[in-house]
Ligand binder design. Structure first.
Ligand code: MN
Length: 159
């Protein structure tokens, strides 16, 4: 009798141990990924952890650069411009985009952002939730990006 009871308790404990895993919510700030995470962006250009995964390389046929950036919560780019502009397509998470002199905009899944040529801006994740963004840089023969100073915490958190 005793071995049977022990076995029953063991089996029950396994069920209890397994159950929370099946219905476990995603960790706070986690977002869905379509593409591999890619390579971490350098600290000189990004605050926090941002990862770039290239999808279409620059070449003379398409003259268009396409890739995905995953920003962890709190991560953002430095201020920068694109000589020929940039298009962002948000595929998951919550983030921000700000053009210098304008209010910060909140970005969510399905949003499309057009950053005009030579307009100073930054983009990144929100404080609590990461951001998945596809970027498209057209006319790469004009240049891709001109990097500037980091986005301070004061600017990042300003509504
Ligand atoms: Mn940009």
């Amino acid at each position: 009798m005793r071995p049977f009871i022990l076995f029953f308790c063991f089996a029950a404990s396994l069920l209890i141990a397994c159950e929370p895993t099946a219905g476990e919510p995603a960790s706070p700030g986690a977002v869905q990924a379509i593409f591999p995470k890619g390579q971490k962006g350098p600290a000189e250009l990004f605050t926090g952890n941002a990862y770039n995964y290239g999808l279409v390389p620059m070449d003379s046929t398409y003259t268009t650069l396409v890739g995905n950036v995953y920003f962890e919560p709190g991560a953002r780019s430095n201020w920068h411009t694109h000589p020929a502009g940039q298009i962002l397509i948000i595929t998951d998470g919550v983030g921000y985009h700000q053009i210098e002199g304008q209010p910060r905009e909140t970005l969510r899944k399905g949003d499309v952002v057009q950053c005009p040529p030579n307009v100073k801006h930054w983009h990144g994740a929100s404080e609590e939730t990461g951001l998945q963004q596809l970027y498209i840089v057209p006319n790469t023969e004009k240049g891709v990006v001109n990097w500037m100073e980091p986005v301070t915490d004061e600017v990042y958190t300003a509504q």
